[in-house]
Design a protein around this ligand. Sequence first.
Ligand code: FAD
Ligand code: NAG
Ligand code: NAG
Ligand code: NAG
Ligand code: NAG
Ligand code: NAG
Length: 567
Amino acid sequence: MKYSRTTLVLLLFFVVISESSSALANPETFTQCLTSNSDPKHPISPAVYFAGNGSYSSVLEATIRNLRFNTSNTPKPFLIIAATHETHVQAAVTCGKRHNLQMKIRSGGHDYDGLSYVTYSGKPFFVLDMFNLRSVDVDTASKTAWVQTGAILGEVYYYIWEKSKTLAYPAGVCLTVGVGGHISGGGYGNMMRKYGLAVDNTIDARMVVDVNGKILDRKLMGEDLFWAINGGGGGSYGVVLAYKINLVEVPENVTVFRISRTLEQNVTEIVHRWQQVAPELPDELYIRTIIDVVNGTVSSQKTVRATFIAMFLGDTTTLLSILNWRFPELGLVRSDCTETSWIQSALFWINIQVGSSEKLLLQRIQPVNYLKRKSDYVREPISRTGLESIWKKMIELEIPTMTFSPYGGAMWRISSTATPFPYRAGNLWKIQYAANWREDRLTDRYIELTRELYRFMTPFVSKNPRQSFFNYRDVDLGINSHNGKINSYIEGKHYGKKYFARNFEREKTNEERESASPFLLPLSLLSPIYSSTISAVMAEPSPSSSPQCPPPPPKPYLTSIAPPLPP
Ligand SMILES: Cc1cc2nc3c(=O)[nH]c(=O)nc-3n(C[C@H](O)[C@H](O)[C@H](O)COP(=O)(O)OP(=O)(O)OC[C@H]3O[C@@H](n4cnc5c(N)ncnc54)[C@H](O)[C@@H]3O)c2cc1C
Ligand SMILES: *[C@@H]1O[C@H](CO)[C@@H](O)[C@H](O)[C@H]1NC(C)=O
Ligand SMILES: *[C@@H]1O[C@H](CO)[C@@H](O)[C@H](O)[C@H]1NC(C)=O
Ligand SMILES: *[C@@H]1O[C@H](CO)[C@@H](O)[C@H](O)[C@H]1NC(C)=O
Ligand SMILES: *[C@@H]1O[C@H](CO)[C@@H](O)[C@H](O)[C@H]1NC(C)=O
Ligand SMILES: *[C@@H]1O[C@H](CO)[C@@H](O)[C@H](O)[C@H]1NC(C)=O
């Protein structure tokens, strides 16, 4: 029997908060529950950090990636379960439900609005932290791997590379992003035009869904639930323990480049042309462009700079011949290009010098900023006049940057209902708005500048609804006040459609919900402890900024390649 897709709606937005608020009356009881519900062979108590514990702060802060959520006002979990065994996850789910507590699931902690470790419900909550569960088992014969959700992308890439130099996984470029949130939110990277998204290459999963802490694989959970956890948003359906992924083939060497052009160097013409070309280039070639504002040659004048960063699954000669024919305006020359292994290209993409140790992929530490992100989809090329007006606005605002990621290739060939991620054919490119800062006092202003650029872009981007990328979480789109079932649904629908377009409604109209599997009931009962990922409730002014990953191109560019790993 099938698990109804209704669950997407049910679990994302029908967050049922019980009236009882006495959950925390006796923390011991919760701990005892954890102990008695876990296997004595794998004791859970060493994995539990209460707020008073000396290691609590370092565990909590270890994967906070946005300093806006590292303040004394940020609501804190009363405990963290840093699970070291699957049974700990089962116990967390079972006891969280039994004690009517809200549970936050955290893998890499990269949620832009901190929803994996913050809730504003005012109720006691705890964090189930997955970072200890991070094995990556690669099978080169079947070209697949089982990856636990606490792994970071750098670990996934590294362990694949250890076994094969010509296999890879098409996921995000920021190496510290966690598998758990990344795949559940639709993750993309610089091979998406060739191989699609991370979720287009997921073939199985293991997850804990029901109150009994039962572990299900794809076969047991059914195709509908599998569909939902493969891009329908993390934290809503249960705890994903591991995904089984398909590995993809990459050549022994790939070619990368990063070049910048300013207003004085015809940036308008080049970006205008990029819009037409980038989504139509061969699938093997992905050229992203980051637009920012820098000092002009006369240092009192600002200029707009576009930095083009490319990944080509092929050699330099072929790349040059493609671009000199299709995109001569860019003016790419051989000396701009670096031919290197795929694994080294992963370092290049985060501004680490090619030739550095591959071990850097395993680094979990990275500099942390305050940050805000928003996103958009562009479906029609923007005119030269339009681009010029955008540059003018950017120079006025100075702070927020935009990253344009071209679609096309596999992204257009895969059906928009194949996974919950809806933005396939018809979308030319995606915009990420970004602001990063280092001082708390700038927060309100920088968030507002980011919102202002977003408002300015309204005429140029998708409409009705204006679309956003779920993994670029943005609570400005709407929050869920958890105010009863109906409201939660209506509130959820409002922003759920912006993230999932028609794939959101589709859940609701699915007739299968009438004949849902037995899991549906326990699931909906369980939902109180899952704080819906997009319902975490925080209309707080939150500034944004964080390390852009890859970091914003240094200014001036090539003289300051990032040191081999951020402090
Ligand atoms: C610096 C930076 C660079 C980024 N670059 C890219 C990029 O190149 N491509 C891209 O697609 N995205 C990118 N992102 C966005 C990123 O993919 C999402 O933020 C993603 O959700 C992060 O996953 P995480 O496990 O690190 O996050 P977390 O904050 O741990 O989790 C995010 C959400 O998923 C839920 N969740 C986490 N683990 C599980 C689990 N095991 N089971 C169920 N639910 C879970 C959480 O509760 C939360 O709601 C980037 C983000 C940052 C901060
Ligand atoms: C803190 O918690 C850890 C994990 O449960 C435990 O090993 C340690 O003894 C605790 N420390 C103190 C001081 O309570
Ligand atoms: C987060 O806040 C704590 C407590 O104020 C502080 O010690 C820590 O350095 C902060 N983390 C970062 C990365 O700034
Ligand atoms: C890949 O690059 C390395 C180092 O530059 C070189 O030795 C090797 O021959 C290249 N392989 C191919 C297939 O071009
Ligand atoms: C800018 O474009 C014009 C016309 O296409 C061209 O003549 C000029 O050389 C270009 N300038 C630069 C700096 O590339
Ligand atoms: C840009 O110019 C301003 C003065 O207009 C100066 O303060 C700043 O340091 C310059 N930035 C860089 C990166 O040179």
